[in-house]
Design a protein around this ligand. Sequence first.
Ligand code: GLV
Ligand code: MG
Length: 323
Amino acid sequence: MLHFFPPNNEKVRAKIPAMAGTVDVLVANLEDGVPMADKEAARAGLVELAQTVDFGSTQLWTRVNSLDSPWCLDDMTAAVLEAGNAIDVIILPKVEGPEDIHWADRLLAQLEAKAGLERPILIHAILETARGVANVEEICLASPRMQGISLGPADLAANRRMKTTRVGGGHPDYLVRADPNPDDLEAPRQHFQQDLWHYTLARMVDACVTAGILPYYGPFGDIRDLVACGDQFRNAYLLGCVGAWTLHPDQIAVAKEVFSPSMAEVAHARRVIEAMGDGTGAIMLDGKMEDDASVKQCHVVVTLAEQLAASDPELAERYGIGG
Ligand code: GLV
Ligand code: MG
């Protein structure tokens, strides 16, 4: 989970040392959500945290303001020159094309050299404009600094003139409906909500895999609705995403649960791998065909479990991995 927090808020800042080690990534957000009057305080809050907190196994990222704002340059400069030792990744919002990544890449190189940093700071782009979606493959391939991409459903909806006012998730009016009963046109008909984000997520996943970088779902705004939040996260997980943003502590457990395979999935995958021997040929297991391709699907699940277990003792125990 990428856990977003406003670094301009002193009370929130005070809680950050205790959060280090409990989430995968802490994102100091300088962009949308931070009022204009607090932009400098947010930047200063990021620098203070970067210079004073031991983040342990948690990575510190920051979301800077967009390239078309008056704050982006100062955000990037402060992030690298004053907080660069602690920051792993810079999130660039509203990325429109590879030229945005080229600009950030060159600027980061200059600033890193000036600061004497010995490892590169990576770039994570937010896909939240129609033009960005149209250019997503080129964006992913624009620089070896590219770490991954998140879907930004709120800005993307606005930019596309979609008519949802929700931050992520479904919409009750975006649906398919069963045919009418020809003898009773008024009779109620079954209908199901569809996923507004399927096309964009699937396209984003393909672009990320092509470039060897990681796809994430972004924010889910209805903090009270943890069920729908889990559904949105799960759709993204099933389509190939590796994580999502959390905007409130209650969403952290949801993200952890959804993006970690269940014990049943892992046990099944191990059984198929075991039964498939050298991984070639075809077998029947519980009435289902397994072959060279399905064993690869199973390796995806087991490899993910192993990667998660390596940094999370609770998951290591769940999956029966390690000491
Ligand atoms: C995130 O930044 C969004 O616009 O959804
Ligand atoms: Mg946005």
